[in-house]
Design a binder for this molecule. Sequence first.
Ligand code: AMP
Ligand code: ZN
Length: 494
Amino acid sequence: MPLRLYNTLSGKIEDFHSIDGNRVRMYACGPTVYDYGHIGNYRTFIAVDLLYRFLRQSGYDVRYVMNITDVDDKIIRNSARDGVTVQQYTAKFQQAFLEDSAALNIQPPVLVRATEHIKQMADFIAELVKKGFAYRTEDGSYYFRIARFPKYGKLSKKDFAGMTDGARVDVDEYDKDNARDFALWKAPKPGEASWDTSIGPGRPGWHIECSVMSMEQLGPSFDLHAGGEDLIFPHHENEIAQSEALSGKQFARYWFHARFLLVEGQKMSKSLGNFFTIRDLVLKGHKPSSIRWLLTQVPYRNQLNFTFDGLKSAASSVEKLRNFKFRLTSTQFPAGANPAMAQLATETTTRMKSALDDDLNTAEAQAAVFDMVRKANAAFDASEVRKEDVPCLLSALDKFDEIFDVLKDDDQPKMKAVLAWARAEGREEDISPELQELAGSAQLSDEQVNQKLAEMQAARNARKFTESDTLRAELIAAGIIVENTKDGVRWRRK
Ligand code: AMP
Ligand code: ZN
């Protein structure tokens, strides 16, 4: 079965076919780096990350480009307020975006920056003027004339018949129900950053950057364009208008939009106190893997309601999967094979693939792997698992983790990095005891833990119980949980 995706442009679920054989070219609108990214932003970035990973798992060769909006109204305003250049202002937030994405195991796209494409934007605008799609106003700004582009509204399904030709808007965010000629280029204002270009001094509007950079990187027509649902109008509608007016060709074929995330049932906002960055959550002691898991649990087109209870149960789901893998890899199984296990693994892989083929039904893919874990655990307990079953079960688990990427136990170093950042930023009072403890457990490497465990066993075998208890206490203090199972002693990090 081919991948089926909802396409905002057609308003339907469609079979996905790429333009060029097994090559897929895709573009996602990236962060505006005027602040730290919040969990809503990362819901969208992770949804696109899953799509990117699944396309590759399905055999496509994918070129995935994302922009960094490092100039816009807010950035210009904030950098002017702080008396620094735009580059100086955004550097810290760009870095934070890279670090937070890495902490969430988001695979890096090809990143392109708006400020590095100012000349190309000016050239693009000049070309639109030449073709009659754009005009210059007295102050030296440029606008797109939407009356010249009759298909305006085709993505957002808005009917703009009867709109006033020439009515203009120069802010990047505008009234969602009214079409206006939108700014391609803004004339300089005193005290604000501007660039000297062939079309005069000024700075680009927000929409033009994505048209310019996506077409430069991927060509005038490419397969897929992604972003959060708030971007459908005006941003993506405007991107289509600019790009198709210039090239005369269809811009992106499939439009992929992630639904907005709510927090405890409400829209996220600073005034409601429910606005969280990734770092805020880590400071409270939550692991990046739990955050990633929670953000993948609900299929991208369904409303995701972020709750702290949900985050706790995400942590225990990840724990269950890691324990299962640990059990598979650390147990000595009797020789032979139990055909039921190989069959279970194959069925699970098939079920995961059809779930993801079905417009990325992540919830169903996760249910499939948990069914496998439950059944295999029952077989373990009944001593029905054999040595040759292990690679089959592991391979199903690895296929799953190629997409969801939560099995590797690397939360501690990431949390430690957030701890160091919080200290450097003077945010000591935000550091929870949970984070202190979890990050502290990274002080022992795997080798050191194994070494201590071996010493502990040796002490116990020699009946030196005080010594073995001391070693055990040291491990507990370092956040290591030691368990005695029928297969021997095993450990994991808290
Ligand atoms: P921005 O940094 O505001 O330009 O947004 C970056 C990406 O995050 C865009 O694709 C937005 O659509 C998306 N986004 C912003 N807020 C949310 C939210 N609450 N839920 C899901 N996606 C969001
Ligand atoms: Zn964009």
